[in-house]
Write a protein of this length. Structure first.
Length: 176
């Protein structure tokens, strides 16, 4: 019975997040033309993504060793860190809009392949992570394990690829 209420709510919340991100990235011009070469938010976002990846990996290792409390703490913290990332990401892009990739040659298709896969899977991870967390918190561990087997690798990829996008965009080929 609860699933009938919670799962549509998760779907609605996921849709709101996706529409909000799309609106900020595609639907408006930035109010503040920020100098994104000096903004610290991209580095903060990369740090948050990296932290999430470490927490997810540690949480996975905890549950493999049957250390449930450590698993819960790591996964809950990873979820919180990812939420902070989302807010920071939205604030940054609200201020500066989309940041163009300055790399040329063979690196462009590499960058855009990583970026597009990152974006697509980031959209997918919102409902997956929310559903996985809901199933854990409602002690439906059989269903939690089934969805977590998909959620974890996708979430890890999104976290790690977010760091890779940051390094390529801001460190290797900084905007001009």
């Amino acid at each position: 019975m609860k699933d009938r209420l919670v799962l549509p709510a998760i779907g609605f919340l996921s849709l709101l997040v996706l529409v909000g991100v799309a609106f900020i990235l595609l639907g408006r011009q930035p109010q503040v033309e920020g100098d994104y070469t000096f903004s610290s938010l991209p580095a903060v976002n990369a740090f948050l993504n990296g932290t999430s990846a470490v927490l997810l990996t540690t949480g996975y290792l905890f549950i493999r060793r049957k250390r449930v409390t450590g698993h819960k703490i790591c996964m809950g913290t990873a979820f919180g860190v990812s939420c902070v990332f989302l807010v920071s990401y939205l604030v940054h892009h609200y201020q500066v809009g989309s940041v163009p990739f300055a790399g040329q040659g063979w690196i462009r298709p590499v960058y855009f392949t990583v970026l597009v896969s990152h974006i697509c899977l980031a959209a997918l991870i919102v409902p997956l992570a929310l559903t996985t967390m809901y199933r854990a918190l409602s002690a439906r561990f059989d269903k939690h394990v089934k969805i977590a087997r998909w959620t974890l690798p996708i979430w890890l990829y999104v976290s790690v690829s977010g760091v890779i996008v940051y390094v390529m965009l801001y460190q290797l080929y900084p905007p001009r």
